[in-house]
Design a protein. Structure first.
Length: 193
């Protein structure tokens, strides 16, 4: 399902991306604990380059409970993110900020679907308007996070079966970030052509 609202996306809009299962391949049953384990989905680097031409800000919001569980260190997580951003920039894209919740507590304000990371972003980007924001993720917790903040939501069925639409939490559904980006290009958004 594709909403007509996407045609209004422009530099006034902010794109929120989950990380594992959106930007990179999610490791089933475990965590990406080292840069050597991090694998971009095919087409993702080009997609982020394209999306950077459209959205005013691109923000990653990621739950990283592996740090809280002691499976990896905070330095390892920072190293993964430094290398990820460098690879994205080398391919012409950008990530403006990364927020990571490392808590193991589901009640932690920053752990999606709770909204703490969105509120941190609003502190850092004062002009951010959640009603002009899109949340892209591969879990219903990402969709809940987006809807709690009045964002549009895009569900990626990269790690789970597609969800039957219509769905209260999901505005659009695709099988990858590349597929969503390609749909924006096909719909002749001027900034992408």
């Amino acid at each position: 399902m594709i909403t007509n609202e996407k045609e209004s996306y422009n530099r006034d809009w902010t794109l929120f991306l989950d990380r594992d299962g959106v930007i990179n391949e999610e490791l089933e049953g475990t965590y990406v604990t080292d840069w050597n384990e991090f694998k971009f989905y095919e087409g993702t680097l080009a997609a982020i380059n394209t999306l950077g031409k459209l959205f005013g800000h691109i923000i990653v919001v990621t739950n990283q409970r592996g740090v809280g569980r002691g499976i990896m260190t905070m330095n390892a997580l920072k190293n993964i993110h430094t290398n990820m951003v460098h690879a994205i920039e080398e391919n012409g894209g950008r990530i403006d900020r990364i927020y990571a919740c490392t808590s193991i507590n589901n009640d932690d304000n920053n752990r999606k679907p709770n909204t703490g990371m969105a509120l941190q972003a609003k502190e850092d980007f004062k002009q951010l308007d959640f009603r002009k924001s899109v949340m892209v993720g591969n879990n219903l917790s990402d969709m809940m996070f987006g809807k709690k903040m009045s964002m549009q939501t895009v569900f990626l069925s990269t790690t789970k079966a597609p969800v039957e639409l219509p769905h209260d939490l999901i505005d659009q559904q695709f099988d990858s970030l590349k597929a969503w980006t390609d749909s924006l290009k096909r719909n002749a958004i001027p900034a992408l052509n």
